[in-house]
Design a protein around this ligand. Structure first.
Ligand SMILES: [Fe+2]
Length: 582
């Protein structure tokens, strides 16, 4: 029997779609890569039915299917549960918005209209609501290499849960404990980000600022309204006020004014960020230890937006009781599309865990044929040539200080560029952070860039105490060995750590060949890797890449085996002229 399942996420943001056909994962795509709007849409009570049609259509195209061929749509949210659990919480809310009767009913009505909206366009299968935390947990367990594992989901809020602790065995997930709104680490990070003059999506910036600060200064202020228990935490909603646009309580507790602009961030706010990071790691480590008591296992699976916190991930794994860890690379809400589809597959049709879905990599988005690449190249006034040895030629460019857009194969699913939609540069150059920001990224110079490192060489450069599968996806941060730090200044954060991506010939052969060629030239088995974008979603198509290339000052663009340059840029330097910075 042929089964086609679409997983769909769009209740809040990070709208995404995943397609399973028979026992194959055909595709998983975030709508933002196609509609070119970061996070696809804002999370509003009035728009959960903004369906990610571009991602649906692309998935169907990749599966050679029509909407009428889909047997099940699994949606990563449960509207009725949300409605029941969010009224009358006796908290400050914005009129007509989250937490008010009017706002929650508006949200509910939009959600329950979704099946009809999709049926109107030809879908005639079964529509299934999957609890949000179950979808996160499924996204962590089913792609993991484990038959049985403890499973934790930790995010801002699903219907009402912000943390769920459970287990999984032979394809069945079960829940053991939950922590509910208003107790939420994810929402606390959003609130602190906004308090510091940034958006609710800037947790990664707060995390990088934390490395500059002293946690001791504000940790006791956090403890005034966040009670840390051995098995979890409780937050005082009168201080947090997650659903009110009000920072007066934070101003009072921390003795600092709320900022309008991140440009005003001073050492005080770095200390605040450091305390938040310490609090988060402390709470998560407690939860992980408690989980091991509830469900003894060697293996831990993790998902939810908070699982993108690589500093906490490393702390809970290295200091915690589990021997193995798998973290869903698309740990944010995008991954719930994948989780909902996998949950439906295993729980409706099959009782066992299907190894066909275990993650070999995360390159689940669209790829493009040579014909399509050439057609896109023909649209722009650029010079290009096909290389017979793209790894060696591009390694030589990078070793001579060039910033290269590296576009290969299928796009990554999840927020990190992992060598298929990446900007690459020489990690040895102490000025490369500034140069990368000047040419294309326009980020704050304090934010670190990350290295992709050959897996076999990683332990000579980084202090890795326990092997973690999650290190393949830039989800763990490790200290750079002191004797190596001066050799790779562009990828060492102020605290001496790097958030690394391990690269093997199995996980990404072409990227592995490139880094190997760079190592042959320089002795350094790693490259600076950042996402291929400039204040926009990561590029998806060759056309996106070419437009970004033209709009910015990236030196060279490489699409598959084509090396592309602007007309005023001379030919690539031959490999023999690579500078030796080491
Ligand atoms: Fe979530």
């Amino acid at each position: 029997m042929t089964i086609n399942i679409l997983g769909l996420n769009c209740a809040y943001h990070e709208s995404a779609v995943a397609l399973i056909r028979d026992n194959q994962l055909i595709a998983a795509i975030e709508e933002e890569r196609l509609n070119r709007v970061k996070h696809a849409k804002p999370a509003l009570t009035g728009n959960p039915n903004d369906i990610p049609w571009q991602a649906i259509n692309t998935c169907l195209e990749m599966g050679n299917l029509l909407l009428s061929d889909i047997d099940i749509i699994a949606f990563s949210f449960n509207p009725l549960k949300r409605l029941h659990n969010n009224l009358n919480l006796n908290e400050q809310c914005i009129d007509g918005e989250w937490g008010t009767t009017e706002g929650e009913k508006k949200f509910y009505k939009k959600l329950i209209g979704i099946p009809e909206q999709i049926r109107a366009l030809g879908f005639n299968g079964q529509f299934m609501w999957v609890d949000h935390c179950v979808a996160h947990s499924a996204s962590a367990y089913y792609p993991s290499p484990f038959k049985e594992a403890a499973v934790i989901s930790v995010d801002g809020i699903g219907e009402s849960e912000s943390v769920t602790i459970g287990g999984a065995r032979d394809g069945k997930l079960f829940s053991l404990k939950e922590i509910n709104y208003p107790n939420s680490l994810g929402l606390l990070w959003e609130k602190v980000s906004m308090f510091m003059g940034m958006s609710e999506y800037d947790a990664c910036k707060v995390m990088s600022l934390a490395s500059f600060g002293d946690p001791a200064r504000f940790i006791h202020q956090f403890h005034q309204f966040v009670k840390v228990n051995e098995d979890g935490f409780e937050m005082d909603i009168n201080v947090c006020q997650f659903r009110a646009n009000n920072f007066a309580s934070f101003e009072q507790v921390f003795g600092l004014p709320a900022l309008q602009d991140r440009a005003a961030i001073t050492r005080d706010y770095m200390d605040l960020a450091a305390a938040l990071q310490e609090l988060t790691s402390e709470i998560l480590l407690n939860i992980v230890k408690h989980t091991a008591q509830l469900y003894p296992s060697k293996n831990l699976c993790l998902a939810g937006g908070v699982a993108l916190n690589c500093v906490a991930n490393t702390a809970i794994f290295e200091q915690g009781p589990f021997e193995n860890i798998y973290i869903q690379p698309a740990a944010n809400d995008a991954g719930t599309a994948l989780g909902a589809a996998l949950y439906a597959y295993h729980n409706i049709f099959y009782g066992h865990k299907n190894p066909a879905f275990e993650a070999k990599d995360t390159y689940l988005g669209p790829g493009y044929s040579e014909e399509e690449v050439l057609a896109s190249l023909g649209m722009f006034d650029l010079l290009y040539e096909r290389s017979d040895n793209v790894a060696a030629e591009v390694a030589a460019l990078i070793a001579t200080g060039k910033v290269v857009g590296w576009f290969q194969g299928r796009m990554e699913f999840g927020p990190r560029a992992l060598g298929n939609r990446s900007l690459l540069a020489d990690p040895r150059d102490p000025d490369m952070v500034k140069r990368m920001n000047l040419l294309v990224k326009h980020r704050e110079d304090h934010r670190p860039f990350c290295p992709s490192v050959l897996k076999d060489d990683a332990k000579q450069w980084f202090d890795i105490k326990k092997d973690a599968d999650a290190a393949h996806y830039m989800l763990m941060a490790y200290p750079v060995k002191p004797e190596q730090r001066a050799l790779i200044p562009a990828v060492v954060h102020v605290d001496g750590t790097s958030r690394i991506q391990l690269v093997s010939a199995e996980s990404n052969p072409k990227y592995h060949a490139l880094i190997s060629a760079f190592k042959a030239l320089t002795g350094v088995p790693l490259l600076l890797n950042t996402s291929f974008n400039d204040r926009e979603p990561i590029v998806c198509s060759p056309e996106d890449a070419l437009k970004t290339f033209l709009r910015t000052k990236i030196d060279f663009l490489v699409i598959d085996n084509f090396i592309i340059r602007k007309k005023d840029v001379p030919h690539a330097a031959p490999a023999s002229t690579a500078t030796e910075l080491v």
